[in-house]
Design a protein around this ligand. Structure first.
Ligand code: SF4
Length: 84
């Protein structure tokens, strides 16, 4: 049995969203518990590229402010790559 069935359906039908997982003809959202936005599009839609760009921008700002503690706390995989 699929574990994705525990997640709500993506009401935007966006397979290019960072949170979307497709199984068969169904698309599930692994980022939200509630995907009912009425007749409006999902306000949380982001492509993987958008997420990566925002993460890189945030890390750049944190580095400028020498907040390495926050980088290590919120982006541990970045630290593993950079300091390994
Ligand atoms: S965040 Fe929105 S667009 Fe992305 S998978 Fe979830 S419901 Fe769909």
């Amino acid at each position: 049995m699929s574990t994705l069935r525990n997640f709500p359906s993506c009401t935007n039908y966006r397979t290019d969203c960072n949170c979307a997982k497709k199984e068969g003809d169904d698309i599930y959202c692994i980022g939200l518990q509630d995907t009912d936005f009425g007749d409006k599009p999902c306000p949380f839609f982001k492509t993987e590229e958008q997420v990566e760009n925002e993460r890189d921008h945030t890390i750049k700002i944190l580095k400028e402010r020498k907040r390495y503690d926050l980088i290590e706390k919120h982006y541990p995989s970045y630290c593993t790559r950079r300091y390994a």
